[in-house]
Design a protein around this ligand. Sequence first.
Ligand SMILES: N[C@@H](CCC[C@H](N)C(=O)O)C(=O)O
Length: 278
Amino acid sequence: MRFTKMHGAGNDYVYVNGFEESLPEDLPGLARRIADRRFGVGGDGLILILPSDVGDVRMRMFNSNGGEAEMCGNGIRCVAKYTYDHGVCRNPELKVETLAGVLTAYLTVSDGLVEQVRVNMGPPRLAPAQLPTTLAGEPLADIPLTVDGREVRVTCVSMGNPHCVVFVDQATDDWVLGLGPKLETHEVFPQATNVEFVEVLSPTEVRQRTWERGSGETWACGTGASAVCVAGVLTGRTERKILNHLLGGDLLLEWDGQTDRVWMTGPAVEVFSGEWPC
Ligand SMILES: N[C@@H](CCC[C@H](N)C(=O)O)C(=O)O
């Protein structure tokens, strides 16, 4: 089975073109094996590019623990780049079917190759049942939550997948590696959650570290960065348009007050290709 390794701001996945490759039945198992950084190709998970009845292509994404997620922001940019560069579909406005709905990616092409991708991530979902979470309130902004005997303030936003944003003075290992896994599986999140620890540098600039559901710490998270943009506005910390510095690169986010849509712009990079014995 041929695969392509790609990353968006350092959030790296193994991509398989399902228009050409036949896939094994056990996709969670494949994701776990292929994403293993010592015994496999290595990555934050596996992303499949598949035919769609309602869009140009369909994306399925599996975290490195084999769990399937509804959406992947960095992944959708890479899917758009792959699809265009490899001639699967040469539409610079690509409709991608995901478990979070059909989203449109707008490609910036330079010298015939995709450089940047801007994605309409859709509206944030703020009702507790949409996260889902048992926490009460709408929006869930700066809600006190006890975790590991410590009280933290969480802001919960779904971008099709669940996010729990914690604003901190410094996003240290103590927060990310210590509290990240505990918040991920906290009882108030019945389907677990992604967790973002965020330093506000100015009303238009933040720094984010991410603990992802099913993958651990990653170097970027596109749905997470979008949730952070929304969380900053909901809590009065930031403006609607921000630059987010993640460990592996920068993303530009905007929550449009008129349309309620979140826009995410960032890079998509192809690293190498290979063959995986199935
Ligand atoms: N890294 C992704 C999100 C991937 C899915 C997430 N771990 C989940 O389980 O919801 C992104 O860029 O959005």
